[in-house]
Design a binder for this molecule. Structure first.
Ligand SMILES: *[C@@H]1O[C@H](CO)[C@@H](O)[C@H](O)[C@H]1NC(C)=O
Ligand SMILES: *[C@@H]1O[C@H](CO)[C@@H](O)[C@H](O)[C@H]1NC(C)=O
Ligand SMILES: *[C@@H]1O[C@H](CO)[C@@H](O)[C@H](O)[C@H]1NC(C)=O
Ligand SMILES: *[C@@H]1O[C@H](CO)[C@@H](O)[C@H](O)[C@H]1NC(C)=O
Ligand SMILES: *[C@@H]1O[C@H](CO)[C@@H](O)[C@H](O)[C@H]1NC(C)=O
Ligand SMILES: *[C@@H]1O[C@H](CO)[C@@H](O)[C@H](O)[C@H]1NC(C)=O
Length: 451
């Protein structure tokens, strides 16, 4: 349900608990489609997944060769790239009308085959394209994709049979940059995906998979059909200076989703979408999010966790110095009922600024309760520190943990959240705890909940 609709409904309501009830009905449409893995979009056959294994997105491809470069880590700045400009490859044309896909793919072949560092250049102009698959392993030891102009996604769903638009896969040390824009024109297809509908999600805009030691920086993403960005099955990925926009009411247009990944930094970005600004899925380890401005959207979320039996643990997550503006949630951890017994631990949200946020601090282990068995995702060592600002809900802190595996080591320290909603009866903030075992310290507005 889009936030706008909630605002209208809520204008007429003067009961804090009713507001909470309303929000417990807010669900994201993508959660109900269990026919394929939400990260890889691999089709799932019920009951065949094992626990804890890797999930290669195409087992048919040979393993990556041993890295040609001695030291892992970021490439030295400024190698001399061989530049391959897409405008030299007919039919590519920057007129916003010609389908440039075949030209871009020919240019890509040259980039990938080059034995020296090479760069795919999308120059100024508007380049219309269908599915673009940039797949390694490549001969080139270092690849850059530089987007100076606008990549414009074809508006029709049929152009994206695999559910992805730009798919960068198995290219280690890739850099995507350039200051340009990736516009998926989602506004032309969102209406075909009813909110709450259980059909397949629309195509993701930008997918980076199995690309270790890579960077995505200085890019604008506009109106993803589905998720704007998905990054998975890699280690050492830095994402910075992104600007992601989609309207508040667009369905499931998450900003950046990561999962099954290690050592990710997301810095200095502005994200406003119709779903989570950032969502951190299962198997995420050593994640650092810093200086992100989120809004509109559903906040920066860990999860949803526990929807599938094969999911693995999440740990060492630090989210700091972020601002949330009129988002549905701020700092959120959400887990499904009927989950595997996985764990999420060592998660810190700190130095956050909330501006008119509905659920500034929320743990929801009863996310989308369509099954009775309580969540078995064990949450421990969860810290919320120095979180300040205003909230549109009276329940500013909601720690709703699992009855079978209560939360452990939840700490809140220096929280100051003031009510700015329309409730004329109750104008103070409250905290609510269920199986939370939380400790409180420092300034506490709202005051600690009774446990
Ligand atoms: C790239 O290399 C492959 C295999 O060596 C070859 O089949 C293909 O024609 C090459 N493409 C270009 C554009 O050179
Ligand atoms: C890339 O990172 C993954 C995850 O850490 C690791 O399993 C894989 O071996 C790495 N691949 C290469 C080629 O280094
Ligand atoms: C907890 O996570 C932080 C990063 O968020 C990391 O610096 C720290 O070492 C982790 N603690 C443990 C005990 O692993
Ligand atoms: C925190 O974010 C603000 C912008 O919201 C920025 O001006 C400031 O430099 C950041 N602080 C740190 C320590 O990065
Ligand atoms: C906690 O979750 C339960 C189950 O969904 C729900 O009934 C209850 O209202 C929630 N508590 C709060 C304070 O949101
Ligand atoms: C409060 O009411 C105003 C005026 O009707 C409306 O614009 C605003 O969105 C409402 N705020 C909330 C939190 O519902």
């Amino acid at each position: 349900m889009p936030l706008k609709r909630n605002l209208d409904v809520q204008g007429a309501i003067h009961g804090a608990w009713l507001m909470v009830l309303l929000f417990s009905c807010v669900v994201d449409a993508h959660q109900f489609d269990d026919t394929f893995d939400p990260i890889t979009r691999r089709a799932l056959v019920a009951g065949t997944q094992g626990r804890g294994g890797g999930h290669p997105i195409d087992p048919g491809h040979p393993a990556d060769p041993a890295p040609g470069h001695p030291a892992p880590g970021h490439p030295a700045p400024g190698p001399n790239y061989k530049v391959v400009d897409i405008s030299r490859f007919p039919p590519a044309k920057g007129d916003g009308k010609t389908d440039s896909t075949p030209g871009i793919m020919k240019a890509w072949d040259e980039v990938c085959n080059c034995s020296a560092p090479s760069k795919l250049l999308i120059p100024k102009g508007t380049w219309l394209a269908a599915e673009l698959e940039f797949r390694g392993p490549c001969a080139s030891p270092q690849i850059m994709i530089e987007i100076q102009g606008v990549l414009l996604g074809k508006p029709d769903k049929q152009a994206f049979p695999r559910g992805r638009w730009i798919n960068i896969i198995k290219i280690h040390r890739v850099i995507v940059t350039g200051g340009g824009t990736i516009n998926a024109q989602g506004e032309k297809t969102w209406h075909t995906r009813g909110i709450g509908e259980s059909g397949k999600p629309l195509a993701d805009t930008f997918v980076l998979a199995q690309c270790n030691h890579s960077r995505v920086e200085n890019i604008n993403l506009v109106n993803g059909k589905g998720f704007n960005m998905k990054v998975f099955e890699a280690e050492d990925v830095t994402i910075s200076n992104l600007h992601i926009t989609a309207p508040d009411e667009s369905p499931n247009t998450d900003g950046i989703h990561i999962g099954r990944i290690k050592d990710v930094k997301i810095f200095d970005s502005v994200i406003g979408t119709g779903d989570d600004c950032i969502s951190i899925g299962d198997g995420s380890i050593d994640i650092h999010v810093k200086n992100v401005m989120c809004g509109p959207g559903h906040g920066i979320s860990i999860g949803s966790l526990g929807r599938f039996q094969y999911e693995t643990d999440v740990r060492n997550i630090l989210i700091e110095n972020c601002t949330f503006i009129r988002t549905q949630n701020g700092a959120r951890i959400k887990t499904f009922h009927d989950s595997p017994a996985i764990a999420a631990h060592n998660i810190t949200y700190c130095n956050l600024n909330m501006i008119d946020v509905y659920n500034p601090i929320i743990i929801d282990q009863n996310y989308a309760v369509n099954k009775k068995t309580p969540s078995k995702v064990k949450l421990s060592d969860i810290k919320f520190r120095n979180i300040r600002g205003t909230t549109w809900s009276n329940i500013a802190i909601n720690l709703n943990c699992s009855s079978t595996v209560p939360c452990q080591g939840v700490e809140l320290f220096d929280v100051d959240l003031r009510y700015t909603g329309n409730n004329t009866v109750d104008r103070i903030t409250h905290s609510a705890c269920t199986h939370a075992n939380a400790k409180f310290g420092g300034i506490m507005v709202p005051p600690p909940c009774k446990q």
